[in-house]
Design a protein around this ligand. Structure first.
Ligand code: ATP
Ligand code: MN
Length: 459
């Protein structure tokens, strides 16, 4: 049985077997108390070993980090704050953990130190909680869409088109880097490469997602995406997970309504289903976490025009590191000013200048802006980016030409607007940005098991 179940049990006197990793061992000359954790929940179960029953050699290797199997009886606990404990009859040590070398000791460790030993940090209370919350959020995402008739579409990770423009790409090749085949004019000859052309890891599943929406009606993708941005920030990873719903017959209003409902559902799901882990995170790392989560589920998001947002920023009298004029791409400091100081709640910013947004966004009548939406969150800044898509072949084609995008990469996408085009919309939610918000962590490296960032691909 898992410890999470045992701790809720009142079957006093029954025989039990528990297996897990020792957090601490203490005691006196009559009895040893072992705090055991098996990863099923943040709480430990207390194992009581009567020293009259156990030889010294049995208990000596039971140290912090060792893995043991305990057979015994579940009894009501007299200790404060715990319902049950296990009276041990037998203890088998599966794996020892030499206290001189085991890096995780009882004292708290810094997040920086734990990042260096990311292969072991799931053994800590904090990362146990984060990884359980991560799992619950992944499950809730599938549940949300499945319950609403969306289909999970698997878009490719390897792509030959680099037109999405969402960020720099990682190349995928089997060519020998030390002996590259060249064409007559001295360029790399990709016809000899694995796919017969230059390929990369995808930055987004959206373009293929649109094909899904224009056939299945409502789809979502949920998978890894890759961006070779050399930006060392607490909000960027080189490999991150993204959720991208795409819906036929949705306009920008429908898209915003879905984004708001989706985020509130996920946060509400965490509040309902991850209570103990959230309480732990609230106590250890962020005393306002649970309050902030509740606040977001209970209040409407502000909907604001980009133009209006820039006016508020300019009239704020605030000295920003990067001053902002109409046409500028908002920095995190601007986004957070709007959300945290001006409106004090999430903001959906819409109708951005077309120059700073992707080619596929629906053009507004004004000829200057597009029907883009970014959802901005407290502590995070941008958590979602989305738009209504340009469904008109003529307008999309003109934009593609204007931006000099290669026909050979984009022809199949343009064809969706040639045959049975439909109004449609979608967005991308960064899974780790969501997790930053839900766990209260401050650095995106701490909400993914094995972070990939510039100069770091360990484990
Ligand atoms: P930002 O401006 O924050 O760099 P973006 O505008 O480049 O993000 P989009 O292309 O709109 O991001 O991607 C959709 C979502 O994916 C973003 O709203 C964000 O939640 C997430 N995201 C984007 N880049 C990263 C990254 N490098 N690491 C983690 N999440 C990311
Ligand atoms: Mn964006």
């Amino acid at each position: 049985m898992r410890i999470a179940q045992l701790l809720k049990s009142t079957d006093y006197g029954t025989d039990v077997v528990v297996k897990g990793w020792v957090r601490t061992k203490r005691g006196n000359k009559n009895v040893a108390f072992i705090a055991l954790n098996d990863g099923s929940c943040v709480a430990n179960i207390q194992i009581v070993a009567d020293l009259a029953k156990f030889a010294d050699e049995t208990l000596k290797p039971v140290t912090t980090g060792s893995c043991i199997c305990v057979k015994g009886r579940l009894v009501e606990s007299l200790g404060a704050g715990q319902g049950v404990e296990v009276q041990a009859d037998e203890i088998e040590v599966y794996g020892t953990a030499d206290p001189d070398s085991y890096p995780l000791q009882k004292k708290g460790h810094t997040l920086e130190f734990l990042r260096d030993i990311a292969y072991l940090r799931p053994r800590t209370n904090t990362f146990g909680a984060i990884l359980r919350i991560r799992h619950a959020m992944a499950y809730a995402i599938h549940k949300y869409f499945n319950d609403r008739g969306f289909f999970y579409l698997h878009t490719p990770l390897i792509t030959a088109s680099d037109c999405e423009g969402a960020g720099a790409m990682f190349q995928v090749t089997t060519l020998d880097m030390n002996n590259l085949p060249k064409t007559e004019d001295g360029k790399v000859d990709y016809t000899q490469d694995f796919f017969g052309k230059s390929c990369s890891l995808t930055v987004s599943g959206q373009l293929e997602g649109e094909l899904g929406a224009l056939s299945l009606g409502q789809i979502y993708t949920f998978g890894p995406t890759f961006r070779a941005e050399n930006s060392n920030t607490p909000r960027h990873l080189a490999e991150f997970w993204m959720i991208e719903p795409e819906m036929a017959f949705y306009d920008l209003e429908d898209n915003m309504a879905l984004a708001e409902d989706f985020l509130k559902y996920l946060i509400g799901y965490a509040l309902e289903n991850c209570r103990e882990d959230l309480e732990f995170m609230n106590k250890m790392w962020d005393n306002e976490l649970i309050e902030r989560l509740k606040f977001v589920t209970e209040n409407d998001f502000v909907r604001l025009d980009y133009t209006e947002g820039v006016r508020i920023l300019k009239e704020s009298g605030r000295k920003f590191e990067f001053p902002c004029d109409w046409g500028c791409d908002l920095q995190s400091e601007h986004e957070r000013y709007l959300v945290e100081e001006h409106f004090k709640r999430p903001v959906i910013l819409i109708n951005y200048p077309k120059e700073i947004k992707a080619f596929y966004m629906k053009q507004n009548e004004d000829g200057k802006t597009v029907r883009a939406m970014d959802v901005l969150f407290p502590k995070i800044g941008e958590i979602i980016g989305g738009s209504e898509r340009e469904a008109d072949f003529g307008k999309l084609n003109a934009r593609v030409k204007e931006l000099n995008m290669p026909e050979k990469d984009i022809w199949w996408y343009l064809n969706t607007r040639r045959w049975g085009s439909a109004p449609h919309s979608g967005f991308g939610l960064g899974f780790e940005r969501l997790l930053l918000f839900v766990t209260g962590m401050g650095n995106i490296r701490d909400v993914i098991p094995f972070p990939r960032t510039p100069k770091n691909a360990e484990f």
